[in-house]
Design a protein around this ligand. Structure first.
Ligand SMILES: CC(C)(COP(=O)(O)OP(=O)(O)OC[C@H]1O[C@@H](n2cnc3c(N)ncnc32)[C@H](O)[C@@H]1OP(=O)(O)O)[C@@H](O)C(=O)NCCC(=O)NCCS
Length: 439
């Protein structure tokens, strides 16, 4: 059975499950909302339904219940003991089930047949100056892809709500298939004189993306499979996922929703941090040399903090331990590039930064996140252009975001519309609360 048929089977039972939850337990409380939460970017406030993954502050991400090491164990790979194929993760996110190698191969093939990008997309990107940030060029490409939206066409024709998920599925898979092509075009345009490399239909999703970028070594292909797999999804509250979910709740199609998500991903506190990390590391080397001592490194970290900047790649809105996405990249580096000087610097930062951030006293999580590591791996295999890194993150995130958007429509989730408050309203509430506690 193909992926779409699997979903057709799954959807009615999940619709029933949600209906029952709402009917029988709709009034159950999930916690109290405090003034801190309202002012503090809704930290710790459970407010979204997101099926594809769940983040535990200590354990890190689980994709449909599976941790990253478990995914590395059970998801099909290109060869025995290899890194998981991102297509397998897409299957897992959508269905909650681990696919067979045959199912993954069929999905790979399906994605390849959907990967043709219309010419106007390239024209739209080419209308921008080459100096435009890669994320701006990428998002422009995604917006240009939107003209082919099946959902938009179906909605204009008056499709019934019960069928919303079907054109959403088509848009989602087309989008996932096409973003690597658009992303590779942006890379080749900016850094390789516009010499585009056509897709190789014999390759899987990750290897083909690496190939279109211009990197054909087996290790880089493996890195790309791992990279795309681990960046796909990080539950629903992060800026890019939440943005897509919000925009899609207005029944904006997957292209519109994903383009909005990319604009959030392009912020330095979110996806752009991977760019910032490598630039920061390269500045360290430029200023202090590759054989930097621990004391010099400590001084550099303090200099960054004292100039009012954050140390990129450290900290997290939810995580309170080292990000397992960091750990698996570290393991990849230990296996494939243990002698790389920048990897050794990253390892040193792992020792130096957390105690300093702890000493600051206000940082809730001093440990490294996913972005602290990805740059040095890419840099090692020749993808040295740090400004491009967030585009890679964006390609991967299409898989998580689009999977959930299909479920948003299948479950008939409503328009997202939280209540906001003014400072005056909060002050009045606080006065009332004080009076009640004194009474
Ligand atoms: C990810 C991040 C935005 C989370 O923000 P958050 O949930 O508000 O984090 P905290 O609650 O720990 O923040 C409390 C304080 O510590 C600071 N802080 C957090 N991480 C920090 C870091 N890596 N370097 C310096 N200061 C940091 C915050 O800026 C905040 O300072 P403020 O009160 O003066 O505004 C934050 O850790 C950060 O800016 N990290 C660096 C950028 C990065 O790596 N982003 C990618 C995340 S996957």
């Amino acid at each position: 059975m193909d992926l779409r048929s699997h979903l057709e089977d799954l959807i009615p039972e999940q619709q029933e499950r949600l209906k029952k939850l709402k009917k029988e337990h709709g009034n159950v409380q999930l916690g109290n909302i405090t003034v801190d939460m309202v002012i503090g970017g809704m930290r710790g406030m459970t407010g979204l339904l997101w099926e594809t993954s769940l983040l535990d502050p200590d354990e890190g991400i689980r994709f449909r219940g599976l941790s990253i090491p478990e995914c590395q164990k059970v998801l099909p790979a290109a060869f025995p003991e290899g890194e998981p194929l991102p297509e397998g993760l897409l299957w897992l996110l959508l269905t909650g089930k681990v696919p067979t190698k045959d199912q993954v191969n069929a999905l790979s093939k399906d994605l390849r047949t959907r990967a043709s990008v219309p010419d106007h997309v390239y024209k739209a990107i080419n209308a921008l100056p080459e100096t435009a940030h890669p994320m701006t060029q990428f998002t422009t490409g995604v917006m240009a892809l939107q003209v082919q939206s099946e959902f938009q066409k179906a909605y204009e024709k008056g499709i019934s709500k019960a069928k919303f998920w079907e054109p959403t599925y088509e848009d989602a898979l087309n989008l996932i298939a096409q973003v690597p092509v658009v992303a590779a075009f942006v890379y080749r345009r900016i850094y390789k004189g516009g010499q585009v490399i056509p897709a190789d239909d014999s390759l899987d999703y990750g290897a083909n993306f690496s190939h279109m970028l211009g990197f054909d070594s087996k290790k880089m292909q493996e890195l790309m499979r791992l990279y795309v797999t681990i960046h796909t999804d990080h539950e629903g509250g992060n800026v890019s996922a939440h943005t897509a979910h919000l925009v899609a709740s207005a029944l904006s199609d997957p292209y519109l929703s994903f383009a909005a998500a990319l604009n959030g991903l392009a912020g330095p506190l979110h996806g752009l941090a991977n760019q910032e990390v490598l630039l920061w590391i390269k500045n360290v080397v430029e200023e202090c040399g590759e054989n930097i001592t621990t004391d010099q490194l400590k001084d550099y970290v303090w200099k960054t903090l004292n100039s009012g900047k954050v140390v990129p790649g450290f900290g997290h809105g939810v995580l309170r331990k080292t990000d397992p996405r960091y750990t698996c990249q570290r393991e990849f580096a230990l296996k494939h590039l243990p002698e790389d000087p920048l990897f050794q610097l990253v390892s040193k930062l792992y020792e130096v930064v957390p105690p300093i951030l702890t000493e600051l006293g206000k940082v809730k999580n001093p440990w490294p996140n996913v972005d602290a590591h990805s740059g040095v791996l890419l840099n090692h295999f020749g993808l040295t252009e740090a400004r491009y890194y967030t585009v890679l993150f964006g390609v991967s995130r299409s898989i998580g975001i689009c999977s959930q958007l299909i479920w948003d429509r299948a479950l008939g989730l409503p328009l997202e519309r939280p209540k906001s408050a003014t400072m005056e309203l909060l002050e009045n509430q606080c006065k009332k609360a004080t009076l009640t506690s004194k009474a």
